[in-house]
Write a protein that binds this ligand. Structure first.
Ligand SMILES: Cc1ncc(COP(=O)(O)O)c(C=O)c1O
Length: 354
């Protein structure tokens, strides 16, 4: 039995997308691929409101996240940490041999513009990493305010993970001035996993030129050279790129404003239900994520039993990430989901909790 996915990634993939993935194979050095690649990167640029380079990486998000620190950290990196994925990114940064500090706030709290300002004002850093939407805790940090502060520090290359936020709300990269934005496609894009996207400003590419030991697979300069021919350095996941092409067409057919509004409506519905049911929120106000809700288990429900019960009914449910297991549960509201899908799962949960 297929379990309908309500976990915060991978997200349920529509049959239309699965069909797009079944397109006959082409060679990545054939003109057909260059046309597909250019079409997809042009559409991504439109979505992200940027003319910066957009690269397609055949990897999960962490591949491109590791690549970003390998290419862009010269002197020292400030890794802002407020959850499991940002903590892990710090570990990845140091394991690449980079000098880095973890600038930590408690899980559930956002990274604020003030914290970024104070940290960068020390003059110690030439790069920083930030996770816009910490999927482990359901916290969305204030990216617009942070981006404003980053403009004070032109020597600092900014690397931002929008893994679980890109396409659910407006993230206009050029206006924000983000040097490198990274995301995977199995979250708000509702595609099967295996493709990551990253961007690079000219400033980022100039930094990469000065950084040794960039390796090969994620070398930004290899990507930039291949991009001149609308291509990738090594064989890409062509089926997923077909899927991305189809999904971008669907995104523009829905309309960006309508898509952003749908995500707001889903978040509002779920937050309302969480309160009505007597649960709380793990994320501090007003930093609750738009794409998933991390609820605190204030009713002391046996979440493992609830997960099992939902599984038997054909639903995949998340009973908390890592150290938050049992204390919180997370429900995704992103991708192709509708409020009606959320009503379906909340009705099931209510029945099981009776
Ligand atoms: C915010 C965030 N960053 C990074 C990752 C890691 O992505 P991947 O497993 O695709 O490498 C995830 C996965 O859930 C995530 O939610």
């Amino acid at each position: 039995m297929h379990k309908k996915l309500y976990i915060p990634g991978p997200i349920e993939v529509s049959p239309e997308i699965l069909k797009a993935m079944a397109a006959p194979m082409i060679g990545h050095r054939m003109p057909e691929y260059a046309r597909l690649h250019q079409g997809v990167t042009d559409k991504l640029k439109k979505l992200m409101a940027t003319q910066d380079r957009v690269f397609l990486s055949t990897s999960s998000a962490f591949g491109a996240m590791e690549g970003a620190v390998r290419n862009l950290v010269g002197k020292r990196c400030a890794n802002f940490c407020n959850g499991a994925f940002s903590d892990k990114w710090h570990g990845v940064t140091t394991s690449c041999g980079k000098e880095a500090d973890a600038i930590k706030v408690p899980w559930g709290q956002p990274i604020t513009a003030e914290l970024v300002d104070q940290t960068l004002a020390t003059g110690k850093y030439d790069a920083m990493t930030l996770i816009h939407n910490e999927t482990s805790t359901g916290v969305m940090s204030p990216l617009t305010e942070i981006a404003q502060v980053l403009k004070k520090y032109p020597e600092v290359v900014s690397i931002v993970d929008t893994v679980s936020s890109m396409s659910a709300l407006n993230i206009p990269l050029a206006e924000l001035g983000i040097d490198c934005c990274v995301f995977g496609v199995q979250k708000a894009f509702a595609l099967p996993p295996g493709l990551a996207v990253f961007t690079a400003t000219e400033r980022a590419l100039t930094r990469a030129k000065s950084v040794p030991n960039r390796g090969y697979y994620f070398d930004f300069l290899e990507f930039a050279a291949a991009d001149e021919k609308h291509n990738t350095p090594s064989t890409p996941c062509i089926s997923l790129i077909y899927a991305m092409d189809a999904q971008l067409d669907r995104i523009f057919a829905e309309g960006l404003e309508a898509r952003f509004k749908r995500h707001e409506e889903m978040a509002q519905y779920l937050r309302g239900w969480v309160m009505e049911q007597g649960f709380g929120f793990f994320a501090a106000e007003p930093y609750r994520s738009l794409t998933l809700t991390c609820a605190t288990n204030d009713r002391n429900v046996d979440l493992a039993a609830l997960k099992k019960g939902l599984g038997e009914r054909g639903y995949a449910f998340d009973d908390g990430y890592g150290k938050l297991k049992g204390q919180t549960f997370r429900i995704a509201h992103m991708g192709d989901m509708q409020v009606a899908d959320l009503r379906e799962i909340t009705t099931q949960i209510e029945e099981l909790l009776k």
